[in-house]
Design a protein around this ligand. Structure first.
Ligand SMILES: [Zn+2]
Length: 356
């Protein structure tokens, strides 16, 4: 197992969003934590190149890309571009690099330069629609990564999106494409309101969209159970050639804008599960792309948890000042959810799905 390759650019700090939850303080906190844990020195690191325009235009409307470039060129720090997304003069460049990093990451994985990789980028991406910004996102980084993998000849790519919000734009971009299996855990009810259990893809892509709407406060044990009971059989049925993770950390119990119950150890446990699946199905190849996470301390501890797990190939318990919530869940609620997913998803109930 090679060490995870990090993709990072200082230019992400030029996306200036003061007084906004998605602020430069997020990356600052992650970097501080990785330096303290020595991972920063220990892990190989690469500076990304900006996203290739043709690849960007494959998912985002050229008119939108040009509008965004123009808008940012004269934007003040923290200028609002939609109801909850803000930008500054450097945001377009940062977004080009965040998209580029996701693509560079796929290229490195497919070239065998590393088995795992992590893009420490901002702005995040999974809400960025083809022709408009949304939910702090400008370009859909993880979707660009998947698109690159398809361009490189892969036929089956799995995206696991454990950000607390539904990855609505990623779902939208591959909803009818069986070459991308999109799986999203997300708090329900919550913004953006999409991500219904019944939304399973359409046309040739029917059965390759899996939503797991999680009730509030569900935490480590519940997420892990969905891995064992849904994700394992799903992966065995789909047989992905590459696993990509939309790695948002806002389902942490201490997050400021959501109400889930994961801990940094929970993120480590999920990473270990992803590694096992990658070993079993896709030569260990797995790429992580940073999405949300708005309590900067919890975010840094959780990212460290993911990276330490990739290095040690084992579950770790990162130090963090947060105690697990002692919330008594009704296990039958989760059983009901899992049973329903298994019942309606073609890859899990044995009905025919077209997989190339
Ligand atoms: Zn989120």
């Amino acid at each position: 197992m090679t060490k995870p390759l990090l993709f990072y650019s200082e230019e992400y700090f030029k996306h200036q969003t003061p007084d906004h939850p998605e602020s430069p303080l997020r990356l600052e906190s992650i970097l501080k934590r990785l330096r303290e844990s020595r991972l920063w020195d220990e892990l190989p690191r690469r500076t990304p190149t900006p996203i290739d325009q043709n690849l960007l235009f494959a998912l985002h409307d050229p008119a939108y890309v040009r509008m965004l470039e123009r808008f940012c060129s004269s934007a003040a720090e923290g200028q609002r571009i939609d109801e909850n997304t803000v930008v500054s003069e450097g945001s377009y460049r940062a977004a080009m690099l965040a998209g580029g990093a996701a693509v560079n990451l796929v290229d490195a994985l497919l070239a065998g330069e590393c088995q795992s990789a992590f893009s420490l980028a901002r702005p995040p991406g999974h809400h960025a629609m083809p022709a408009y910004t949304m939910g702090f996102c400008l370009f859909n980084n993880i979707a660009l990564a998947a698109r690159r993998a398809l361009e490189q000849g892969l036929q089956r790519v799995m995206i696991l999106d454990w950000d607390a919000h539904h990855g609505n734009a990623t779902e939208h971009m591959f909803y009818s494409d069986p070459r991308v299996l999109f799986v999203s855990w997300h708090q329900t009810p919550n913004w953006p309101g999409t991500g219904a259990l019944e939304d399973r893809g359409e046309g040739a892509g029917f059965g390759t969209n899996v939503n797991i709407p999680m009730p509030m406060r569900y935490g480590d044990a519940e997420y892990l159970r969905t891995f064992k009971e849904i994700i394992e059989p799903l992966t065995a049925a789909y047989k992905p050639e590459l696993i990509l993770v939309s790695a948002g950390y806002d389902a942490h119990l201490a997050d400021l804008i959501t109400n889930m119950g994961l801990t940094a150890r929970g993120f480590s446990e999920m990473t270990a599960e992803v590694m096992k699946l990658a070993e079993r199905h896709c030569k260990g190849r797995v790429g992580f792309v940073l999405e949300g996470g708005y309590n900067v301390t919890a975010l840094a501890a959780s990212v460290e948890g993911t990276l330490q797990t990739l290095v040690r190939e084992d579950v770790v318990t990162p130090e963090e000042p947060f105690l697990a919530l002692d919330v008594k869940h009704n296990p039958s609620d989760l059983t009901h959810l899992i049973e329903k997913v298994k019942l309606i998803q073609p890859l899990l109930n044995g009905s025919k799905v077209i997989v190339a």
